[in-house]
Design a protein around this ligand. Structure first.
Ligand code: ADP
Ligand code: MG
Length: 292
């Protein structure tokens, strides 16, 4: 492609909120076969809100929520924000946590009123040896509704469930339909649970997904696809996704997210609107077709 045609394409993209980094990103994007999409903050708004609080045993729901909020005050995860806002809205009493510890991709733990407490996913509970049987049916139901369910343990016993829901962005369904129609293979990848991911994938007509995936595993997944000779684009938000964006042939960042290392990003979607991916793809292909 000529410098002129590249300038025209990147200029058109920019006016539509699609920032294409350079000629190389454009050239690579024209050849992409597989698009890997992060769930939270990419397909969804990334601003979850509290939906359900369930209490088991001695403590009531207000206390479960209060303990969860006390733990999440130490976390910067979007899930923490949702729980803190929910606790305030519902007037849960304020408690304070000590010995706070964040367990990446799993949850948070600490002590509240002298009791050892933990909040997070099933992997965290397994690690702590907590019996989750009493919560299994309700957790499945919440996840089938597309919600993220977190388990709360107090002194080694299951004490409650806290669930949040994150809305799918208004622009996402159209974007997915058109990207499929354009012949791209689409894979959803997330640190969230299999059932929650399945519910979101089902709603969007995405038939390939990998759930329970840590940030490093996301990068490995992409490298694995590339090793099969596929050309891979990865769209994600947040610092979590930086290794995966860097591993892809083209990294696509949500302009709304936390600053991802700029060198690893080929395309930035200014408003996080996934319809920009197809626009970038068409611009890239038109540029390559005309000139090469
Ligand atoms: P994603 O890939 O969707 O951005 P993460 O890898 O950040 O997700 O987290 C994966 C899972 O770990 C979450 O779905 C949640 O169950 C659990 N988790 C992570 N951080 C927290 C937290 N601060 N509080 C409760 N649970 C958490
Ligand atoms: Mg994310």
């Amino acid at each position: 492609a000529t410098p002129m045609s590249i300038m025209v394409a990147t200029g058109r993209g920019a006016r539509a909120g699609v920032l294409i980094r350079d000629a190389q990103a454009l050239e690579r994007f024209a050849k992409v076969d597989v698009l890997v999409l992060d769930k939270t903050g990419t397909l969804t708004e990334g601003r979850p809100s509290l939906t359900d609080v369930v209490a088991f045993g001695a403590q009531d729901e207000a206390r479960i929520l209060a303990i969860a909020a006390a733990l999440e005050r130490g976390s910067e995860h979007p899930l923490a924000e949702a729980i803190l806002a929910g606790a305030e809205d519902r007037g849960a009493p304020r408690l304070d946590a000590r010995d706070f510890d964040a367990v990446t991709g799993k949850g948070v733990r600490g002590t509240v009123d002298g009791a050892a407490v933990a909040l997070g996913n099933a992997r965290l509970m397994e690690e702590l040896g907590i019996d989750m049987a009493a919560a299994a049916a309700q957790v499945s139901d919440l996840q089938d509704a597309g919600k993220t369910a977190m388990l709360l343990s107090v002194e080694g016993l299951l004490a409650g469930i806290v669930a949040v829901a994150d809305r799918i962005k208004e622009t996402t369904p159209d974007a997915i339909r058109d990207l499929h129609a354009a012949g791209l293979r689409i894979v959803l990848v997330t640190g969230d649970s299999q059932r929650t991911a399945e519910a979101v994938a089902r709603e969007l007509g995405i038939d390939e997904l990998r759930a329970g995936v840590s940030p490093e595993d996301k990068a490995d997944l992409i490298t694995g696809l590339k090793d099969k000779g596929l050309s891979v684009a990865m769209a994600g938000d947040g610092v979590n996704d930086a290794p995966a964006l860097a591993a892809a042939d083209v990294g696509i960042a949500m302009g709304t997210g936390a600053d991802v290392a700029v060198e690893s990003v080929g395309v930035t979607l200014v408003k996080g609107d996934l319809r920009g991916i197809l626009r970038a793809r068409l611009l890239a292909q038109a540029t390559m077709r005309n000139i090469c």
